[in-house]
Design a binder for this molecule. Structure first.
Ligand code: ADP
Length: 399
């Protein structure tokens, strides 16, 4: 089988990551990766690393918007140093109720997904912008969308349907779940070791937890938007709707325009809350750990709340799955924050979870449970790009 160069584009709220792989049969080789980071600031970063990990570009440009960020990437990809891709894979957080399957991108499909921008307001605008630009950049190359919501398609209706009046459900308001490509990549990496009853905690800037039976998702913590579920860096997670109404009424005292008030509320709930809001210090776990070491009580409470919500979700999944065989930590905090893993597991002994503190002293891949722990606890870094690549190769060869 000939080797296919595949471009993978993965945009976040303030970054665009890209990588080029060679895919030949089952073999995958990374040719390069890069990112434009810090979009919306004048302290952007743009870098490219080749397959050997050597930096071939390293700049600190102003990146006032996604336009400048993508222009840098387009310039690099068009420079002749890189192959014209055989296909492009795009990560998309949510395509709404009518686009739930990974598929080839057309201008009509982009319009359809854009209608549901309210379900992932930080991610959708940049993702659809990049899709349109990439179709212009490589007009003859097939582009495919890979959805974070795809992994959660197996969640039963009792979990996905929301207790709201039917007219809103008819508009697509339901629980979708996110981080799906990360979860899929964990299942892919576990291979034959996927147990019957699995819980995966994706703890990064955004954080979510999923209950998975025989490799299929049965429940996940995030909901209509990534703001729901467990608390995360800057998001409330699930919260009494009365709290949001209280804040909205406070905002309405000084904002007469209803849309402007809703925007302000969204900023409070998704950018100013969570670890940042509670600690009044930082959304970054490393800073919070440093502050805790110096006796900062707000940082301590924020992290305790984070840990407490994770424990509660794991407990409820234990009940939902009828037991637990494996717990996986992933994401920046899950992979690197030894203390968070230890704290989360500290009071879950009744579920059969026991960490080995020596084994837990790792960053990255490994089994961290004690020999006699009924539940295997492991750390598995996500491999989202690889997952997108696999989907693209499958769709390219079957389309
Ligand atoms: P994103 O959701 O943006 O992809 P990541 O998965 O990279 O985020 O996770 C970012 C989080 O990981 C931050 O809170 C950061 O503090 C945390 N993190 C990264 N490295 C470490 C580390 N060595 N120790 C503790 N936390 C870490």
């Amino acid at each position: 089988m000939p080797s296919l160069p595949v471009l993978v584009l993965n945009s976040g709220s303030s970054s665009i990551k890209f990588s080029v792989y060679d895919a030949a049969g089952g073999a995958r080789t990374k040719r390069l990766e890069g990112a434009a980071d810090g979009i919306g600031t004048n302290q952007g970063k743009f870098w490219i690393r080749n397959g050997n990990g050597e930096k071939t570009a390293d700049k600190s440009p102003d990146l006032p918007s996604r336009v400048e960020a993508f222009a840098l990437i387009a310039e690099a990809l068009n420079s002749g140093d890189f192959p014209i891709p055989a296909a492009v894979g795009h990560r998309m957080v949510c395509g709404g109720p009518t686009v739930q399957h990974n598929q080839r991108i057309t201008p009509e499909l982009i319009d359809k997904m854009e209608r549901y921008v309210a379900f992932a307001p930080l991610h959708t605008p940049i993702a659809v912008y990049i899709m349109r630009e990439t179709l212009k950049l490589f007009p003859d190359v097939p582009n495919f969308v890979c959805l974070d919501t795809y992994f959660h398609r197996t969640i039963p209706e009792v979990a996905s349907h929301l207790p709201i009046p039917g007219e809103y459900s008819a508009m697509g308001v339901r629980r979708y779940g996110f981080h799906g490509i990360s979860y899929e990549s964990i299942i892919y990496q576990l291979g034959d070791e996927v147990p019957e009853r699995l819980v995966v905690a994706h703890l990064g800037n955004g954080a979510s937890i999923s209950a998975i039976r025989n490799g299929a998702c049965i429940d996940t913590s995030m909901g209509l938007t990534p703001t729901g579920g467990i608390i995360s860096a800057t998001r409330t997670g699930d919260i009494d709707p009365g709290v949001l109404l209280f804040i909205l009424r406070e905002i309405a005292k000084s904002t007469s325009d209803a849309n402007a008030a809703a925007d302000k509320l969204e900023t409070v709930a998704s950018k100013r809350a969570g670890l940042l809001g509670m600690s009044a210090l930082s959304n970054d776990m490393r800073n919070l750990r440093e502050a805790i070491a110096q006796g900062n009580t707000k940082a301590r409470l924020a992290v305790d709340k984070f840990v407490w919500t994770i424990q509660k979700w794991i407990g409820s999944y234990f009940a939902e799955l009828g037991g637990l065989d494996m717990l996986v930590f992933t994401g920046g905090i899950g992979e690197n924050d030894i203390a968070t893993r230890a704290e989360v597991c500290s009071s879950l002994g009744a579920l059969g979870i026991r960490l080995d503190m020596e084994r837990n002293n790792i960053r990255g891949e490994g089994i961290i449970s004690a020999e006699d722990s009924r539940v295997v606890v492991r750390v598995v870094p996500p491999a989202e790009d690889l997952m997108i690549l696999n989907h693209v190769v499958r769709m390219l060869t079957t389309s």
